[in-house]
Design a protein around this ligand. Structure first.
Ligand SMILES: CC(C)(COP(=O)(O)OP(=O)(O)OC[C@H]1O[C@@H](n2cnc3c(N)ncnc32)[C@H](O)[C@@H]1OP(=O)(O)O)[C@@H](O)C(=O)NCCC(=O)NCCS
Length: 316
């Protein structure tokens, strides 16, 4: 297309893309997007320091004067599928400036991330987007398929309380690995804790019939139904139980509202959230593009429900 001559497509590393450029583009592209964290000047630098974030794989479209008009983030992660940890390339923050949409920029940058992921030996691509949205159709055209629909459950916390940090070793011991679970490293946990304050909160591990459990909350300003409000987002939830202990931990979130992203196929926990007064306010789909035979076999074995990676969905 003749448009293409006006843009150069480079990696973030090649283009020397700055935090300020990304923050400005994100504000234009995601201004009205429901369910994302309301960004501030500290967010982009922190997010770009995410372990596995790959400046040589992240893609940008620049005008000849160097203006950034489209971008895609690429992060290498270890993702559990079909009981196996695979090397995944997570794509997020796909964005094109409104004046430059519909010219194939996002599609071209996505194709470039796929090539980068292949060259790094990735088994699959993974991303999240709003269910039924234009971006979902765009990703389907690029070969992605929905592996899970995730509901945003939101509700008021009846008795918000300051919560206690879980020790890193405690959190590690609690790790469970359903499909979609990101295998966290110490570097990941350190990065989570360094997020722009006040974000990171942890509930002490409790015990459910001898099985340890915890819920991790990040209190962040999230855009929901058109307005931004502080929400305790459940993330890195290691509480894979539908027992009363989970309900108790949920109701002790820092508040005032709590948000839990949950696979719709997870009936027991959906009922638990409904019984705690939470309601579904939006839906996201998790989409996968397998790149290798190992990924296709793992997907064939996958039983779900899928675990949502909250930092890839709303940035906490
Ligand atoms: C989604 C987004 C990145 C697409 O960027 P883009 O550079 O316009 O993407 P492409 O040109 O490759 O494809 C756009 C598709 O959107 C549609 N489209 C066409 N013109 C459009 C326009 N002016 N505005 C929005 N969408 C348009 C078309 O369906 C097109 O597909 P097709 O022409 O291949 O059939 C961009 O709309 C955006 O920044 N949206 C807001 C942020 C967002 O929702 N990101 C995705 C989060 S996962």
């Amino acid at each position: 297309m003749s448009y293409r001559a006006s843009y150069s497509m480079v990696t973030h590393a090649e283009g020397g893309v700055t935090d300020a450029q990304l923050a400005a583009l994100e504000a234009r592209a995601f201004g009205a997007y429901d369910g994302v964290i309301a960004s501030d000047s500290r967010f982009i630098p922190w997010y770009r320091a995410r372990p596995g974030m790959d400046p040589g794989g992240c893609q940008a479209a620049l005008l000849t004067d160097g203006t950034l008009v489209a971008s895609v983030f690429l992060t290498s992660i270890s993702l559990v599928v079909g009981r196996e940890a695979l090397l995944a390339a997570a794509i997020d923050t796909v964005m094109t400036h409104p004046d430059h949409r519909g010219r194939g920029l996002a599609s071209a940058l996505m194709e470039r991330t796929h090539q980068a992921a292949r060259s790094r030996g990735a088994d699959l691509m993974v991303l999240y987007t709003a269910a039924g949205s234009d971006p979902q159709r765009l990703y389907e055209r690029l070969g992605y398929r929905v592996c899970a629909t995730l509901a945003y459950w939101v509700g008021a916390v009846p008795h918000p309380s300051p919560v206690q940090p879980v020790s890193p070793t405690g959190a590690e011991a609690l790790a469970a690995q359903p499909d979609g679970f990101r295998v966290y490293t110490d570097a990941d946990r350190a990065w989570h804790r360094a997020g722009p304050a006040p974000r990171r909160w942890f509930v002490d591990p409790a015990c459910d019939g001898g099985r340890p459990l915890s819920v991790c909350y990040a209190t962040a300003p999230v855009r929901l139904a058109g307005s931004v409000r502080p929400v305790s987002v459940t993330c890195d939830a290691t509480a894979f139980t539908d027992g009363p202990e989970l309900r108790r931990l949920l109701l002790r979130a820092p508040g005032p509202d709590v948000l839990w992203l949950l696979d719709e196929a997870d009936g027991p926990r959906s009922r638990l959230l409904a019984s705690a007064g939470l309601r579904v306010v939006a839906r996201e789909v998790e989409m996968i593009l397998p790149l290798t035979g190992a990924a296709r076999q793992a997907l064939a074995r996958s039983a779900g429900p899928w675990y949502p990676i909250s930092e890839s969905i709303i940035g906490v």
